[in-house]
Every structure is written in structure tokens, then in C-alpha cells.
Design a protein around this ligand. Structure first.
Ligand code: SF4
Ligand SMILES: [Zn+2]
Ligand SMILES: [Zn+2]
Length: 312
């Protein structure tokens, strides 16, 4: 098998591009994809400071590695969610990687910030899906921290497979509002809200795995023990089935949507009236933001929980 670009021995085959690459040419391909995503979607400039949310999983670890290697000014932030062994292992991987490469890293312990770990919140509010509460807390803290430390942008490792699965879910449920907004760059709607970007939106999970192997980047493979089988896994499986039959399907679906389909779903936006939360001062459309309402609820339930469990 010969490399499509330089004709040396190829290491990998990318069916959707009908191409085979040696290690060096794969690097060129990977870098072109990310750089063109950053520029085409106005994500950030070389001078801007970028905050990268790093969970310890393959996508965020490779995004962190890529942006640093490419010379961007990057600071990583990792949330220690307090999910026992899982959080310990993730934190260890991220800290060790930062130490070995002298990469700047901030660790935010959710329990210290909000008074409760994620499993403690789950115990107190068992009727609400834990991932929606955990996601809300992470998004809030990430934005809060980025704003406080004067970052204008934060980047996450969402890839083409993630976005195609989200798109499929949005189409199946005709979530017009989400279809109108699903985009690799979400601009800031308020001075206290930081722009969010996804520089890997044109790269598949398979391509990210190749990058990770080529660079020997450590990552945590196990899933979070609190995660239930999410609908998005089924959507990914369905798309992978189609991809197998017809390589390039996911690419056509997601990137074709951005180029051609999305304009049919664009909604006339009524002006968003964002006030400031009466508790934390961050932007919200209500009197109290959803993060502060959640934390208030957990505190109320804490009293009942302690009464019920004899103060333990
Ligand atoms: S799977 Fe759910 S609970 Fe676990 S880290 Fe992700 S969002 Fe949080
Ligand atoms: Zn080559
Ligand atoms: Zn608030």
C-alpha cells in the first residue's frame, strides 16, 4: 500500500477521502483539516489565548496536544468531578501529561466550587438525568473561569462523529431551534459569555485515534460509570452502519448540512434579552440562572437528605 501523496509505504487508509497516507503525510492531512477549520469558521487567531476543556478522553487530549504543537497559546482546564476512581484516573492522566510536556493546566474541583461532587448531586436529585446536571455545571464553570481569566474563546474536542450523531438526533426529533444553531463556532451573545469552538469538527473518531497513536498520547478509554447508554451512541452506531456500506456518509451528512442544508432551518432570531443572575451575576434570561437554581435545589435537598439519613 503506497502513500497517495509521497508514494512511500502507507500506514493508514482513509476510505472517506479515498486516500492512503504514511505517518508524515497523515500529519499534513490532519493539520490541514484543523487549520482550515480554525480559519474558515473564524475560531481564533494565532495571537488569541485559547482555553481548552480537557477531560482525559482521546478527543480533548489530542486537541490539547495539537494546538500546543502548532504553536497556539493554550491553557487547559480539567474538571475533577469527584466520580471516585474514574475522576482520579482522568486527573492523573491529564496532570502527568501536562507535567511531562510543561503544558499549563488548571484543575477545578467541582466539590470545592459548588459544595458537592457529581455523585453527591446525583444522590440528592435522583429524578433528573445526571448528565444534564453535570453538563450544566461544567459549561457554567468553564465559561465562568474563561471570562474571569480574560479568555475570549474556549475550544472542545467534539469531532465529526459527535456532530453527525447530534445532527441525526436533531433531525429525528425535528428540533428546529437546535438545527438552526448547531455550528462549530458559537459566537458570544453577551460580554460575559465566551465564544465556543470545535476545531476537530471535520475529523472523524478514527482519524483522531490515528493521531493519538502516532504521537503516543495517553488517554482514558473507560466510560464514566455514571453514564447510561445515551441515545447518541445509537445514532453513532446507525451512522457507522451506513458509513461501512457507503464511506463518506457521515461527512456528507454533517458537512453537507453546514454547507447546504442549514440555511433552510435558519430562524429569525428575536433579540435575546440577557439580564444578569441575581445570585452570581452571570448572563441569563431569567431572574436566577439555571446553574444557581440547580445549586439552590441541591442545597434544599441536602437538608432533607441529611434528615432522612440521620445526619450522614
Ligand atoms: S457521562 Fe455524564 S456524569 Fe459522566 S462525566 Fe459525562 S456528563 Fe458527567
Ligand atoms: Zn506520504
Ligand atoms: Zn447564577
Amino acid at each position: 500500500m503506497k502513500c497517495t501523496r509521497c508514494k512511500k509505504e502507507a500506514l493508514v487508509k482513509l476510505k472517506r477521502h479515498n486516500a492512503k497516507f504514511c505517518g508524515d503525510c497523515f500529519e499534513v492531512f490532519f493539520s490541514r483539516q484543523v487549520e482550515s477549520a480554525i480559519k474558515r469558521k473564524n475560531m481564533f487567531s494565532e495571537e488569541e489565548k485559547v482555553l481548552v476543556g480537557v477531560s482525559g478522553g482521546k478527543d480533548s487530549m489530542s486537541l490539547w496536544h495539537y494546538l500546543k504543537k502548532a504553536g497556539y497559546e493554550v491553557v487547559a482546564i480539567h474538571f475533577d468531578l469527584g466520580i471516585e476512581e474514574h475522576s482520579q484516573k482522568s486527573r492523573q492522566i491529564v496532570e502527568e501529561f501536562a507535567r511531562q510536556n510543561s503544558f499549563p493546566l488548571e484543575i477545578i474541583e467541582v466539590k470545592k466550587e459548588v459544595g458537592f461532587s457529581i455523585p453527591e448531586i446525583k444522590k440528592r436529585i435522583p429524578y433528573r438525568p445526571i448528565c444534564s446536571m453535570c453538563g450544566l455545571i461544567k459549561r457554567y464553570l468553564l465559561n465562568f473561569w474563561a471570562f474571569r481569566e480574560h479568555f475570549s474563546v474556549y475550544a472542545t474536542g467534539h469531532n465529526l462523529d459527535d456532530e453527525a450523531a447530534t445532527l441525526l438526533g436533531n433531525v429525528l426529533h425535528w428540533q428546529i431551534d437546535y438545527l438552526s444553531h448547531q455550528h462549530p463556532t458559537l459566537p458570544s451573545p453577551h460580554p460575559k459569555m465566551v465564544k465556543k469552538v470545535k476545531p476537530f469538527y471535520t475529523l472523524t473518531e478514527e482519524e483522531i485515534m490515528i493521531y493519538i497513536r502516532l504521537h503516543n498520547i495517553p488517554f482514558l478509554e473507560e466510560r464514566c460509570p455514571l453514564s447510561r447508554r445515551a441515545k447518541s451512541w445509537d445514532y453513532k452506531e446507525a451512522l457507522n452502519f451506513l458509513e461501512e456500506k457507503s464511506p463518506g456518509t457521515k461527512h456528507m451528512f454533517w458537512l453537507g448540512f453546514l454547507e447546504t442544508g442549514q440555511k433552510y432551518f435558519r430562524q429569525e432570531e428575536p433579540p435575546l434579552h440577557l439580564g444578569e443572575c441575581s445570585i452570581c451575576g452571570m448572563p441569563t434570561t431569567q431572574e436566577v440562572c439555571s446553574f444557581c437554581r440547580l445549586i439552590q435545589k441541591v442545597k434544599e435537598r441536602e437538608e432533607k437528605y441529611l434528615d432522612y439519613n440521620g445526619g450522614k
